[in-house]
Design a protein around this ligand. Sequence first.
Ligand code: BV8
Ligand code: ZN
Length: 248
Amino acid sequence: MPGPDATEACAEALADARHVAVLTGAGVSAESGVPTFRDALEGLWAKHDPMQLATPEAFVRDPQTAWDWYRWRRSLVAEVAPNPGHDALVALTAHVDKLTLVTQNVDGLHQRAGSRDVIEFHGNLFSDKCAHCDTREPAHTGDAGDPLPTCGQCGRVMTPGVVLFGEMIPPAAMQASEIAATTCDLFLVVGTSAQVYPAAGLAGTARACGAGIIEINPEATPLSAGADHVLRGPSGEVLPALLAALAA
Ligand code: BV8
Ligand code: ZN
């Protein structure tokens, strides 16, 4: 866990900030029991690579397996709860003048914790979309092996309402995130390996526009060297400690 001085310095930066932008990744949900993308997927899914399954090609090559993986993830997320890291980000809203939360996560846990106006940069697990005619529908109910959801408009097999690798970021989410990165004066990067673009590029944009950068992650990432402050630890502990220092 980071020392009191580092936490204190970050609390001061938060107190002085006019507009705080936060980018979260899978690490924020890890302490809720949601495996990160880079965790070895256990059990049934150990032999699958998320980078292969989270693609449009997977839904062409083997839509049943692709859908059964997303159905498994939906059932897993439905069973878990937000953790103190999600709760601390809700509480942070009351302590800063303006906070913009951008998440790469598709699990909806920030919203379930009470965060509002969450920018879902990579969509959401709990809806279905048609990549052909862009129809959006609530998530279908279906278990492994069940028939696949088809589009009510064009009849094609739907995909989950997430941004698959190779798909565009939803323009509204992209624009709102770029505005936040270019106008904030403090940018927190929490629980992301910063490997996926354009999400990982937001921190560089913020830095180039003069924002201070704080990274919260138990491990180093490509963003660590450019951060003004690094709090090395799990977000479920580091964020509440940061809030406590800010509220003191
Ligand atoms: C795009 C939704 C272009 C799906 C996700 C070839 C073709 C096309 C594009 C590309 C290509 N090659 C590269 C690209 C670009 C590609 C990309 O970046 N690839 C990477 C792998 C190199 N990007 C894209 O494809 C994007 N689209 O570029 O479109 C385009 C342009 C115009 C027109 C058409 C197309 C779309 C990317 C979105 C992919 N979808 N998610 C789903 O979830 O199923 S990304 C997915 O992976 C997650 O959402 C997440 O964003 C990402 C995983 O990253 P992290 O969140 O960082 O998680 P990770 O496991 O990596 O790390 C966890 C971190 O947590 C670690 O650092 C760990 O230390 C830390 N941690 C662990 N425990 C804790 C903790 N931290 C705090 N507390 C803890 N307790
Ligand atoms: Zn359709």
